[in-house]
Design a protein around this ligand. Sequence first.
Ligand code: ATP
Ligand code: MG
Length: 541
Amino acid sequence: MSENGNFIEQIVESDLAESKIGAVKTRFPPEPNGYLHVGHAKSMFVNFGTAQKFGGTCNLFFDDTNPSKEKTEFVEAIKQDIRWLGYAWEKEVYASDFFEVIYDYAERLILAGKAFVCDLSAEEIKNTRGTLTEPGQESPYRTRPVEENIKLFREMRAGKYADGEKCLRAKIDMSSPNMNMRDPVIYRILRAEHHRTGDKWCIYPMYDYAHPICDYLQGVTHSLCTLEFEDHRPLYDWVGLTLGFAPKPRQIEFARLNLTNLVMSKRYLKKLVEEGTVHGWDDPRMPTLAGLRNRGIPAAAVRDFCARIGVVKANSECEISYFEAVVREYLNAHAPRAMAVLEPLKLTITNYEGSEETDFEINQLEENAGTRKIAFSDTLYIEKSDFSLDPPPKYHRLKIGGYARLKNAYIVRCDEAVTDGNGEVTEIKCTYFPESKSGADTSGIKAKGVLHWVDAKTCVDAVVKQYDHLLRDADYAGQDFSERINTESEHVFFAKAEPYLVSAEEGTAFQLMRTGYYKTCRENDKLCLSEIVSLKDNFNK
Ligand code: ATP
Ligand code: MG
């Protein structure tokens, strides 16, 4: 066996080598009860990626056995998100496509004496399950004759009993050390409108029973899922063996993706949406794929991240800063540069007249990216924080008598600061040096600081949005989720931006020089620059 590839790929490779399977078939199995999140991106990477690697195929399998929570709206959103991430499924399959077959298999189990109709309530079943150290008690209905079980099960289907009045249980082993093997419920009575089958059914199969059947019917060779299903694998195998599946799909579990400062469970994400902590499922702070897309994070960066964190069997938490570092690396290589000033301070050049166009490098890291023209005049804006009346030592930005270079333009010296009644600086006055132009500097003047700026005469107003993480950091990790929510995670600036940003296609990702990576959008017909990821790398390698 080759040493290449993760542990799943090694298993698949040896199954192929031993001719246990023909072509590799996997499935990505979302439940259509919410939006996909970045954890699902990992699951897709594993399922679609493994199939791709071995020339096999992956189905999109909607696990819709839980009608009360599932909706067509989610089905559509899930498909859109998978396409966005760049994966293509072979077939679109629903557990509900197989309801009739799944039912037939249940009758077969009954006929084989491997399942029985139980009259205990959900509560009673729970109370007789035993504990990890004590065996459970057998149901008094366990010994029902086969004919009676078949009759009752058919009556359950026909709607003769109330919800919860009876259920179908597999007859396995009430003293199994694995709780999932203690005569698990495999069918329940539930009157709920199903998003695809409507009210055709009033009994629904349980996930653990339906899933191996659906895998088998799709010809799945490797059923790749997360670690919490490891304890369910004996039941998965029991269903396959008892029903005589050949070849039997093989379940392999891998670790979930957990990210610091983020909550991934759909239940909590729903709460954030419903309580208005965020603007919706696609809020740029959300870890949903719709949120990441809206944030402006490129799908390629998400796939790259999944590839880099690897596929292992031990659960762990990944630093959100690592995810951000991968996104930043991608954008640094691909995003064109532009300038915007978040907290504008007027800079007047007293010895400059008129205006000109200067060459601005689009992306110095990208070969052949070239330059574009930007306007320059005697009135500019720089960041408030790039001037100090009372500078600390080694301050390389502007101070009275100090020099700095204006990016892709000239070196200026600050001569004077104008203040208002409160002592706030409202404008600075500078001298420029005509021989100091970037690319043709013969001035001999040394200026360590390079500042970004915009031309006051041609710039546009822009709303800039910056985001913090939704959850406060690890110091709060022990606390309840709701106490960790950062309610002030969106910051708005009224900025001045190059007019070029208005003409760029909406949704383009830019590096705003010295500020971060931002996506362009429109808000009330106005330019909005929405933060994708900051420039600063907090990731501790
Ligand atoms: P949630 O707890 O967020 O509701 P789920 O597991 O119930 O997630 P499903 O729609 O059932 O969501 O998941 C589809 C597939 O994605 C499953 O195989 C599941 O194991 C996998 N998956 C879900 N969350 C993660 C995660 N954080 N990391 C890796 N895989 C995940
Ligand atoms: Mg689930």
